[in-house]
Design a protein around this ligand. Structure first.
Ligand code: NDP
Ligand code: 8X3
Length: 251
């Protein structure tokens, strides 16, 4: 039987690349995001290869999250693999100048949104005693960098939630692991800098960043290990990156 994979944040970047790769491998896919035009495009393109069901909701809206997942059609309702990917950084400011709306967005989306989606899906996995959760963390969840304050806090929370999930789901045979990327060229910086493309592009200039397809490949590797192998916590950076603040740039 084909496995069903639910991917949050499938409309862009890492989530979209993962959806594309998983469609090639003919997984049944539930693809989530807020931008309906992009969801429709995914349905039209990836749907040529495999079963696609799209869900439009904001992960901050807990009622929308629970009702979308509860109302999934029968052939998409058994989620075998959950990829908790939706998230972004909003702003890059010293903490004493932090924008409160940015702080709310990062904590509500990256932390609480991930929890809502997980809470809506985990009971069915526990009941079946099977399932696999992949949490997309970040190197920002492993170290803190200047002005990264609240984004880093949100990703440290993902790191803790990943560990907590693995402990609580261990008795139920459910695999839980995190993939923590360093710099990946996606719409991430465009969102962080609120549409300032010059500023966003500069983040990825002078070295070779990771591509979203690199992360998709790793996620595919993680989910295709035999059942007794759980990749619990994986950090991946571009070769040019040594830490959050050390990136070898050719100027
Ligand atoms: P993108 O901005 O390209 O993609 C973000 C995705 O998250 C989009 O599909 C967006 O969909 C979705 N999303 C954002 N906010 C919400 C929301 N409120 N409700 C539902 N969906 C939402 O960035 P990336 O692909 O880079 O980011 C994906 C994940 O990877 C994030 O968790 C990020 O923190 C993490 N990451 C990224 C790194 C990087 O350097 N790019 C490095 C390390 C981790 P839509 O707007 O349609 O809702
Ligand atoms: C994304 C990587 O270094 O911009 O999580 O925070 S970084």
């Amino acid at each position: 039987m084909k496995k069903t994979v639910l991917i949050t944040g499938a409309t862009s970047g890492i989530g979209k690349a993962t959806a594309t790769l998983f469609a090639k491998h003919e997984y049944n896919l539930v693809l989530c995001g807020r931008r309906s035009d992009r969801l429709e495009e995914l349905q039209n393109t990836l749907g040529l290869n495999t079963g696609i069901h799209t869900l439009e909701f904001d992960v901050r809206d807990r009622e929308a999250v629970f009702s979308a997942i509860k109302d999934l059609p029968k052939n998409f309702s058994r989620i075998d693999i959950l990829i908790n990917n939706a998230g972004n950084a909003h702003g890059l400011d010293p903490i004493y100048q932090g924008n409160l709306d940015d702080w709310d967005a990062m904590l509500d989306i990256n932390v609480k949104g991930l929890l809502y989606v997980s809470r809506a899906i985990l009971p069915q996995m526990v009941e079946r005693k099977s399932g696999h959760i992949i949490n997309i963390g970040s190197t920002a969840g492993k170290e803190v960098y200047p002005k990264g304050n609240v984004y880093c806090a949100s990703k440290h929370a993902v790191d803790a939630i990943n560990q907590g999930m693995r402990i609580d789901l261990n008795a139920h045979g459910i695999r839980v692991g995190a993939v923590n990327p360093g710099l990946v060229e996606t719409e991430f910086s465009e969102v962080r800098f609120k549409g300032d493309l010059d500023k966003a592009d500069k983040v990825y200039q002078g070295y070779q960043p990771l591509k979203p397809e690199d992360i998709a490949d790793i996620i595919h590797f993680v989910v295709t290990r035999p059942y007794h192998v759980n990749i619990a916590d994986l950090v991946v950076m571009p070769t040019a990156q040594a830490s959050s603040t050390i990136v070898k740039k050719e100027l």
